[in-house]
Write a protein that binds this ligand. Structure first.
Ligand code: MN
Length: 238
């Protein structure tokens, strides 16, 4: 029995080592940081929940820690878990990065993959030390199309407030460098179109109901304090 027991313990030790190495990988690497969003995957090729780029309470008072905890830790995690489950049934997409899955899927897999991508992109654009205004090329383009940043904010906010039901408001960059504000229903993701997403704002009630109840406009107003335009600038210039 002794050799068997040792063998078993070695096996356990190997398993524990693998888990520790993988945990180390997950906690030290943020595959979604610096806009390498959803290009990198974990070693077992599943989509992983990236670490939040800030603490759960750091977006207060605009988004509460409780909302971040539920929205990031439960809603986003749920979408990622669903992708990892559903992808097994669609063999030609298994092992692909999230962006590819969004572009090439339909139905339930698309809904979950798009929601996963949208949320990672959304949380990645916030910072407790946000740069409140665009600069450089993006600032010039916004001024060219809307006159000034305040007018742009009004146009974006109006699209958000007028979107019926659940969905997303996107700022996208077209191939010729011009910008568009687009409202999309449900999981609506712009990656299937021609534009490059620069900013996505979640209009589902779960994004704000705990903090603002039905006051969507007030929630959108608050977001301008935490949207980091240095990140949006970078996305525009890439
Ligand atoms: Mn959401």
């Amino acid at each position: 029995n002794v050799p068997i027991k040792i063998n078993y313990q070695m096996k356990r030790l190997k398993q524990i080592t693998i888990v520790l190495v993988l945990s180390g990988f997950i906690f030290t690497q943020n595959p979604y940081a610096q806009n390498n969003i959803v290009k990198t995957k974990s070693e077992n090729s599943e989509i992983v929940l990236p670490p939040l780029p800030y603490a759960e309470n750091e977006l207060e008072p605009y988004i509460s820690a409780q909302t971040v905890m539920l929205h990031y830790g439960k809603h986003l995690k749920g979408y990622i878990d669903n992708v990892n489950r559903l992808i097994k049934e669609i063999s030609n997409l298994e092992g692909k990065d999230l962006e590819t899955i969004v572009k090439q899927s339909e139905g339930s897999l698309y809904n979950n993959a798009a929601q996963a991508w949208n949320h990672i992109f959304y949380f990645d654009a916030f910072s407790p030390h946000a740069q409140h205004l665009p600069s450089g090329n993006l600032e010039k383009q916004i001024n060219k199309q809307w006159g000034n940043f305040e007018n742009f904010k009004t146009a974006f906010t109006n699209t958000a407030n007028n979107l019926f039901g659940s969905g997303w408001v996107w700022l996208i960059k077209n191939k010729n460098g011009t910008l568009d504000i687009i409202g999309e229903s449900n999981a609506g993701n712009v990656l299937k179109g021609n534009g490059k997403p620069l900013l996505g704002v979640d209009i589902w009630e779960h994004a704000y109901y705990l903090d603002y109840q039905n006051r969507r406009a007030e929630h959108i107003d608050g977001l301008w304090n935490i949207i980091d335009w240095s990140i949006v600038d970078r996305r525009y210039n890439e």
